[in-house]
Design a protein around this ligand. Structure first.
Ligand SMILES: Cc1cc2nc3c(=O)[nH]c(=O)nc-3n(C[C@H](O)[C@H](O)[C@H](O)COP(=O)(O)OP(=O)(O)OC[C@H]3O[C@@H](n4cnc5c(N)ncnc54)[C@H](O)[C@@H]3O)c2cc1C
Length: 431
């Protein structure tokens, strides 16, 4: 360092912050990470599955080094009606090998591993202190203010997660996110012996399941349930749209309690020991809510930049956070090298995000959040319709059998064929 400034100060030791710190420290930059939690991962939460393509780019040996749980080889999606549950259950050899690799993870050990990697590379970490404000001179972010102390930096990376106050202070966001753009997630980590998990979820040793639920788990409102199998625990929880939950009369914790008591769910978690309970915000608004990603002396990465995507069958945020952290670090390193931390220099960060899957995926599915939020039939009428179809198909009660076509179309007519066609078309357009 040529003066008493850090080359980079990073706010937050989540996936985005620690990966950026690792990359910068590895490039010989002086970097400081300030994390409000007592250790990395203390305040972080995820449903539990990381798609590892981005991790592999930064840590090619992650399979041997990272505290991963189970490789996901079983994908399940359920439509949940009040009195039935219809499940798609998919396994494939392709999920056991190849590029489409994903693992269940627990954020405590995973984030500590990432932070340790950055520390070993030379990054400094301070824990237990929240960054309250930014040092801004002539419109340029020149560092952070934490616990009354000022720390100067050439570039500051805001990686402070979904509820970032600092993005606004940097002048990169117009107001707070709206309730319809945010969801609240809650999760229990439930311990069970590995052999019980493998028996209950039909898994080979070391293999894992990811299970998404839509419908009555959120009382027919915008949101869904999730379940991931870890080595010897299950990550089980709900995500509920904040606007939608506010309009209903059942609090989110009660939705989850009712869900766990269902006859088709209770056996999955029977005799499990609750070892962790957590809650967290999830940015669900997609492309429309991405703030400014760069300014004079500042970049925004991960959830702070709202880089998160929930498509119902997949939830992604950690891979976006890792790639954005990596690209933010590359941008800072080039700016410091060129002795130019201006917004026009840092603009290449956005261009790099546009050139890769991060902004391309978010842009491609830009209409999806609005489609899901405005089409509540997905969460109430359709699970009931499918449940009735299956009931008509499977129930044999001695009365004369009706033609299969009639059995299937009756529930369909209740929703309305035109309505179904319109919703299907809307879904196709949004996806
Ligand atoms: C219920 C739920 C389920 C999810 N499921 C999945 C999933 O299965 N797969 C997936 O890929 N993604 C999932 N996500 C999204 C994923 O967890 C996030 O996208 C990811 O954690 C973003 O990483 P990040 O580093 O940007 O932010 P975070 O992991 O939130 O880290 C931000 C860090 O900043 C710190 N911080 C905040 N403010 C300050 C401050 N002022 N000063 C100092 N430190 C501060 C925090 O303590 C935290 O350590 C889920 C999220 C939730 C809530």
């Amino acid at each position: 360092m040529s003066d008493d400034r850090f080359d980079c100060v990073i706010v937050g030791a989540g996936c985005a912050g620690s990966v950026a710190a690792y990359q910068l420290a590895s490039a010989g930059m002086a970097v400081l990470v300030v994390e409000r939690g007592p250790f990395a991962g203390a305040k972080n939460m995820t449903g539990g599955r990381i798609y590892t393509h981005s991790l592999e780019k930064v840590f090619p040996n992650f399979r041997d080094e990272a505290p991963l749980q189970r490789r996901i080889t079983r994908e399940k999606i359920s439509l949940v009606a009040p009195d039935s549950m219809f499940t798609v259950d998919f396994t494939a050899d392709g999920l056991r090998e190849g590029a489409a690799e994903s693992y269940s993870v627990l954020r405590g050990p995973f984030d500590q591993w990432l932070a340790e990697r950055a520390e070993t590379a030379g990054a400094e970490f301070i824990y237990g202190i929240a960054v309250d404000d930014l040092i801004i001179r002539d419109g340029k972010v020149c560092g952070i203010i934490a616990d009354g102390d000022e720390v100067e930096a050439r570039v500051t990376i805001l990686a402070d997660g979904a509820n970032s106050q600092l993005v606004q202070k940097a002048g990169l966001a117009q107001g707070r996110p709206q309730p319809h753009q945010m969801a609240v997630g809650l999760k229990e980590t439930l311990e069970l012996p590995a052999s019980v998990i493998e028996d209950r979820f039909s898994l080979n040793p070391g293999e894992g399941a990811a299970w998404m639920f839509a419908g009555d788990c959120t009382k027919g409102r915008f949101g869904g349930g999730f379940l991931y199998t870890n080595n010897d625990s299950i990550s089980f929880g709900l995500v509920a749209g904040i606007q939608s939950a506010m309009e209903g009369n059942v609090p989110v914790y009660q939705m989850f309690e009712d869900f766990k008591r269902r006859l088709d769910i209770a056996p999955l978690i029977k005799d499990a020991t609750l070892v962790e309970y957590s809650g967290h915000m999830v940015p669900e608004g997609g492309f429309a809510m991405i703030p400014g990603l760069y300014g004079d002396g500042v970049l925004v990465a991960g959830d702070a930049a709202m880089l998160c995507m929930n498509l119902g069958y997949s939830v992604r945020g950690m891979d976006f956070a890792i790639t954005s952290g990596e690209l933010a670090a590359a941008t800072v390193a080039a700016a410091v090298e060129a002795d130019d931390e201006s917004a026009s220099r840092l603009a290449s960060y956005k261009a790099q995000l546009e050139d890769c899957y991060v902004l391309q995926d978010l842009k491609r599915f830009a209409k999806f959040p609005h489609y899901m939020e405005s089409n509540t039939r997905i969460f109430n009428e359709y699970p009931v319709m499918v449940g009735e179809m299956m009931m008509n198909l499977f129930a044999v009660d001695g009365s004369p059998e009706r033609p299969l076509k009639q059995k299937m179309t009756e529930p369909l007519k209740r929703v309305g064929l035109m309505q179904l066609a319109r919703d299907a078309m809307g879904g196709v357009k949004a996806l």
